[in-house]
Design a protein around this ligand. Sequence first.
Ligand code: UDP
Length: 243
Amino acid sequence: MSNPFPQVKRILLKLSGEALMGDDPYGIDAPVLQTVADEIAAIGRLGIQLGIVVGGGNIFRGLKAGQLNIGRVAADHMGMLATVINTIALAEALRAQGCEARILSAIQMESITEPFSRERAVGYLEGGAIVHFCAGTGNPFFTTDTAATIRALEIDADVLLKATKVDGVYDADPVIHPEARFFGRLTHREVLEKNLRVMDMTAISLAMEHGLQIAVFNLRKPGNIERFIRGEPVGTLITGEKT
Ligand code: UDP
């Protein structure tokens, strides 16, 4: 099917590992995985080119290194491998829906995934596959938000869509502080200056430097990605300048 929303041709979708966890404290919840895959497959069917970065926080985060008495670098390696587990699960859930899904990894593991290259990614996107970028940046001390920003820039995505559990960006966690102020529009600079916890500073700085727009939206509301693509006001839009 051809893309009915020509202003958005290529998206990079960032899901945290927790997006696959549901209400459980750990791991992948089967009904949640299915719901997320339904939502993503529907976007793929609109003819939008879709790249996906999934985090690993539902399985392991490098910040746990101290508790386990292992080094931070080794712990980050574990965290990056956790993203591979999540990515394989999501790619399989999409394949079960008839989508073509490709997995490109920042860490070489060629019996399971293909190595990442920009050319390979763009080729698959143009061929209609949903392209998963796993293992983060391949480097310790980074996050998958930064990996998502780098991949979005590398593939020339029109927007980085950052999925969350709330409706967008607030000045405090709205789950704990119901009076928190919601922002419909922000600049990258405002995110940094107000120290808003959207993505880590490395990711936001990189997005600011290269003019990458970021849309933060609630993944738990079905149809939100499509609403954004149609141009409806969904979540928070972060751009270089407010127009
Ligand atoms: N990680 C890393 N380098 C990267 C991306 C991720 O070392 O480029 C590790 C890091 O330990 C991190 C873990 O992988 O804690 C899981 O990623 P992240 O915390 O970004 O996942 P999310 O919060 O999105 O689920």
